[in-house]
Design a protein around this ligand. Sequence first.
Ligand code: PRT
Ligand code: ZN
Length: 295
Amino acid sequence: MSVQRLTLACQKKGRLADGGFDLLKRAGVKLAYGRDQLLRRAENLPLDLMLIRDDDIPSFVATGACDYGIVGENELYESMERSPRLADLEVALKLGFARCRLKLAAPVDGEIQTVEDLQGRSVATSYPGLTEKYLRERGIDAEMVEMGGSVEVAPRVGVADAICDLVSTGATLEANGLRAFETVFESEAVLIRRKEALDPSIDETADLLVQRFEGVIASRQTKYILLNAPTDRIEEVRAVLPGTDAPTVAPVVGRDDVVAVHAVCTEEVFWSTLERLKAVGARSILVMPIEKMMA
Ligand code: PRT
Ligand code: ZN
């Protein structure tokens, strides 16, 4: 039986492309060099990337042009709001990058300060589906003014009273004299697929990719900690280590009063964590990144 290749839709250029290519690289996918602007072939897996605009990814996956796709939840759910034929799509895995929030914002000193103030007003947005649904559920009837980009200039030029746009640091809102007053939607990059079963060989490749992605995501926030601790304070040290089940405790040659502790920490290790470890007697503390993980 011939092995069918899995086609994964990825953004060609932009925030999702940056995070997506990094994820694929960490998952061990090697892309072959090629001149094709649309398709990139993996040389070590039956996998091809289709490089398109992020806006097109949900419909490319829904129609079967691609098997899987990497897209922002904002784009996925906006597309699903607009087009019922995308109802067959599902999220296979949350990918933990390209995090942002879709927020309602209005001029800092203007009349609009709360969601209720939007009654009968206009809102400029690239996400009319998500925005209108959110307002409708709260009994607010506002006019959607759809814009493809530069939404933040809309109030200043008189196109709309308020905006609903993606925000990460908030610098763009601030630079345009706008203040966010409500979060409509929280988003991160996700791996999407159709709900139906695919060809078994494609499913096999997909399972392998998902398992590797999970490993990459888990290893991102996981750290390996090595330290020496006084033998009689080992329980105190253990209580401070973030997200560890069972650290390894090993003897230190020539010392009865000290043991070596090795632990995998699944939560972020801050400077303050190290300071607390030191306060309970830990010394020679090392925090190391973990490159790969498999449960
Ligand atoms: O060409 P194509 O259509 O593929 O690209 P695009 O221009 O639609 O995409 P891109 O790369 O800008 O964004 C792709 C996805 O990244 C979005 O759909 C979101 O899922 C996610 N994302 C994460 C963001 C941001 N953070 C973000 N900050 N998308 C856009 N922004 C905008 C924001 O609206 C503002 O205008 O970036 C600007 C800077 O944001 P601040 O808050 O840091 O100032
Ligand atoms: Zn786009």
